[in-house]
Write a protein that binds this ligand. Structure first.
Ligand code: SF4
Ligand code: SF4
Ligand SMILES: [Zn+2]
Length: 447
């Protein structure tokens, strides 16, 4: 066992700050920590290739000065003066209500609590002032359960947020004719659509009911109204980690309305009763390798890169041009802001990249869907072909590994660029907002 880095974490029982180490065991890396009151804890962080040290850049070296957060971190989140990254995305939770009672929900949705329109309107103005460059994610619970959701989107649009995203399970989009158009007309850019797989058994295991046809209908409604879609699967070992390739193929068939797939390996917030075992986790390299294996050579490990905005152990992405569903070409480095030298440049470049990839005007690219005319293709010269493919926009494959109380590394948290707007006016890093002790106690989110 080799110690790679000393860092800080929390005890998952009492949520007190404790020191922790990243330790390497063969090709795997673990976070290990000891609470004087509750004993020692270990959690897997990284399994397999790419090698953890190779993935690590000079920006977050494993050697050199050790990470030293302020004593009040993360209790004083919101954002304190010691935070190292600005807001790239701000999440506004507009309701705690939801039709589904998913065991994997980090929002612990299901309660009928929700703020009034005027209060949220005030928050929209406040967020715009505090985080002027951030993309807004309207979230929940299930935000489409609000009757005034189109008005809220319209107000956010008037405030000229750099990008406007709605996180949804897609049920209202599927069921209510005209709803997708209402959102589009109000100024929505794209939808983050919860989409865990193609098998009904996956939906039943993760969401408690069959959802496949509703998801397809939601995508059709977005296509008809000109809204972009990013599919967001929560990956759970033994449930849907063998569906990654099928999800990518499905998404490519639906390109350009579907502009990417953003995987979220399961993290353990809120509703999980017991401490999760390492077998119940899937780490970022396992997602990358699963994609390579399951996409039959379309993707390679070398296509995937860390972000230069958030901490590099939080996420990866690859960006592609799409000629046909079965023919995609990686673009450049694939990193959202590869080469950016400062945190500020990294954030700026990440926001631009997200707007370009996910926020492109889908309606304007429909005429350029896959060409089926082979005679036409033959006489088209290489440059024209490149332009035709390029104009359709890009397709991204990405993942973010949220941190829970078991695997939290404060070094990562302090570079978080995904911030939740608390109703008391604070912007709180997402993983701090959702942190839950083993007894269900939270640090920041109100229960
Ligand atoms: S995570 Fe960031 S905002 Fe929160 S206390 Fe630590 S440095 Fe401050
Ligand atoms: S939300 Fe969590 S996983 Fe994502 S950037 Fe922030 S700390 Fe990292
Ligand atoms: Zn403890």
């Amino acid at each position: 066992m080799e110690v790679l880095r000393h860092t800080n974490s929390l005890c998952p029982v009492c949520l007190k700050r404790i020191t922790a180490v990243l330790e390497k065991d063969g090709g795997d890396v673990y976070l290990r920590k000891l609470c004087p009151d509750h004993g020692d804890f270990s959690c897997v962080l990284w399994r397999g290739k790419p090698d953890f040290e190779e993935w690590t850049s000079r920006r977050f070296p494993l050697s050199g000065p050790q990470d030293k957060p302020e004593n009040a971190c993360p209790e004083s989140c919101g954002l304190c003066g010691e935070h190292k990254q600005k807001s790239c995305t701000v999440i506004l939770e507009v309701t705690e209500n939801c039709q589904l009672k998913c065991p994997v929900c980090f929002a612990d949705a299901g309660s009928p609590r929700e703020a009034g329109f005027d209060f949220l309107a005030g928050m929209l103005g406040d967020i715009r002032r505090k985080a002027p460059e951030a993309i807004l994610q309207i979230s929940g619970g299930e935000p489409t359960l609000r009757d005034d959701i189109c008005d809220l989107v319209g107000l956010a649009s008037e405030l000229e947020y750099p990008g406007l995203q709605l996180n949804t399970n897609g049920l209202r989009l599927a069921e209510e004719p005209g709803f997708a158009s209402c959102l589009k007309k109000a100024g929505l850019g794209w939808v983050f659509l919860q989409f865990d797989g193609l098998r009904e058994s996956t939906h039943i295991a993760l969401r408690g009911r069959s959802l496949r046809s509703a998801k397809e209908q939601a995508i059709r409604a977005c296509e008809e109204s000109g809204l972009g879609v990013v599919l967001v699967p929560t990956l759970v070992p033994g449930i849907n980690d063998d569906e990654m390739g099928d999800i990518i193929r499905f998404a490519l068939e639906k390109f350009p309305v579907v502009r990417g797939v953003h995987f979220q390996p399961i993290s353990y917030f809120g509703r999980f009763p017991g401490p999760p075992a390492d077998e119940n986790r899937i780490t970022l390299p396992e997602v990358m390798n699963g994609l390579v294996e399951q996409t039959g050579g379309m993707t390679k490990l070398s296509h995937f890169h860390p972000s230069r905005c958030e901490h590099e152990r939080c996420s990866f992405r690859g960006v592609y041009l799409v000629e046909k569903p079965e023919r995609i070409t990686p673009v450049g480095s694939g990193a959202c802001c590869f080469g950016s030298s400062t945190a500020e440049e990294g954030a700026k470049s990440a926001i631009e990249s997200i707007r370009r990839r996910w926020g492109a005007d889908v309606a304007s690219v429909y005429p350029a869907k896959y060409s089926t005319n082979s005679a036409e293709s033959e006489i088209e010269d290489a440059f024209e072909r490149f332009i035709r493919i390029y104009e359709r926009g890009s397709f991204s494959i990405s993942a973010m590994a949220f941190q829970d109380a078991e695997n939290l590394d404060l070094e990562r948290l302090r570079f978080c660029c995904v911030h939740v707007a608390s109703h008391d006016g604070r912007l709180v890093p997402f993983c701090a907002w959702n942190l839950t002790g083993r007894d269900g106690r939270t640090l920041h989110r109100c229960r």
